[in-house]
Design a binder for this molecule. Structure first.
Ligand code: SF4
Length: 370
């Protein structure tokens, strides 16, 4: 998101003796983004709202998070209300935001705060880090924004700005500790929360990843990377290894009324505790037809849909062929049968919704395999 192009009349500029923090705070006062979770100028920030938005924003964009944030806040307006929800309801409301471990940690943290902290978030970054799913950045952001603690909140924006200001050319992730140390030195005694948000907005509006707008930058005179002409190359990143590809089959069993058979995944591990249609083993190639039918959860007439469903996880890519079978009488299994209304509300991860959409898409014909 680009910051609005308002004219900025700096009380401080980088050519005066003002610190980088003072200049960035001036810039922020004139250009701050109006975000649904952000307190208005002069208003105290609500720790619950800051925490909720920061967990949602992990690996997700502001635009994608906004409707989820509003829906969560309407349904669970405070941490005690969220602690009383069910994990299935929280995961269901989370569906589409990805990385379900975040939803589970959100729920666990709400319970810890409600039961162990009397419904109040602990006020320091160190104590916040003990909460499930709260890492160094998130703890710093909540502590600074909601409690004014003088700590750095080093997200990707802040890391980029600091790497450029000080021309740190060690690649990430090795550079992380150094950037955090330099970032902390920038944080002012007063307005630590505004400064954290200033870095976020400045990084996403001026000091852009690929094309930093150095001509519009109020701290350009203090920026070593600009002086050296290397701003666009920073921060350096260690080369990524390609993600491995896994392939397998998914089985969508339907009863005579269109209900779908689903199982719950184990609590620990990938998509822990979430619902899914039964899946076969994953390997380097799709299973041959005999093996695929042999891995199906019930004996029946399994028909394969053409094509496959693809989904990217953090550490691998997954492709699944989808097999469908209709049963006039429900076969016995340890899972559950859900009708269309229940499916809409169910805690189904995006990848499994893709499988069901593919299975139930009437425009895609079925091929008999047995
Ligand atoms: Fe970023 Fe350019 Fe400003 Fe340096 S001069 S902080 S690279 S926008």
């Amino acid at each position: 998101m680009r910051a609005p192009k308002k004219p900025v009349h700096h009380r401080h500029s980088a050519s005066s003796k003002a610190s980088i923090a003072e200049v960035l705070l001036d810039w922020y006062d004139a250009n701050r983004r109006d975000l649904p979770w952000r307190a208005k100028p002069g208003e105290a920030a609500d720790p619950y709202r800051v925490w909720l938005s920061e967990i949602m924003l992990q690996q997700t964009t502001v635009a994608a998070v906004a409707p989820y944030y509003r829906a969560f806040l309407k349904r669970w307006p405070n941490v005690k209300a969220l602690a009383k929800a069910s994990l299935d309801d929280v995961c269901g409301a989370w569906a589409g935001l990805g990385y379900y471990s975040r939803a589970r940690n959100l729920f666990r943290t709400a319970q810890v705060v409600a039961t162990e902290h009397g419904g109040k978030f602990p006020p320091t970054a160190e104590a916040l880090r003990a909460l499930p799913g709260v890492g160094a950045y998130t703890a710093g952001a909540i502590a600074a924004i909601a409690f004014g603690e003088r700590v750095a909140a080093m997200d990707a924006n802040a890391e980029r700005v600091v790497a450029r200001l000080f021309a740190v050319d060690v690649p990430l992730p090795q550079a992380r500790a150094k950037l955090a140390e330099l970032g902390l030195k920038l944080v002012p005694e007063q307005r630590a929360g505004d400064f954290a948000q200033a870095l976020m907005d400045f990084g996403s509006g001026i000091c852009l990843p690929r094309r930093p707008r150095c001509g519009d930058c109020p701290v350009s005179k203090s920026c070593t990377a600009r002086r050296l002409g290397i701003a666009e190359t920073l921060p350096r990143k260690a080369a990524k290894r390609p993600r491995p590809l896994k392939r397998g089959a998914a089985y969508v069993a339907l009863d005579g009324r269109g209900a779908v058979y689903l199982e719950r995944r184990p609590e620990k591990g990938l998509l822990g505790g979430m619902l899914q249609p039964p899946l076969g083993e994953w390997g380097a190639v799709f299973p041959a037809r005999e093996r695929a039918v042999g891995e199906a959860p019930f004996t029946g007439t399994w028909l394969k849909k053409p094509g496959f469903v693809r989904h990217g996880f953090t550490h691998f890519e997954l492709e699944m062929e989808v097999y469908v079978a209709n049963f006039s009488r429900r076969p016995n299994g340890e899972g559950m049968w859900l009708g269309s209304a229940e499916l809409t509300r169910a805690a189904l991860p995006t990848v499994m919704r893709k499988v069901l959409e593919h299975a139930l898409d009437e425009d895609v014909p079925l091929f008999a395999v047995r």
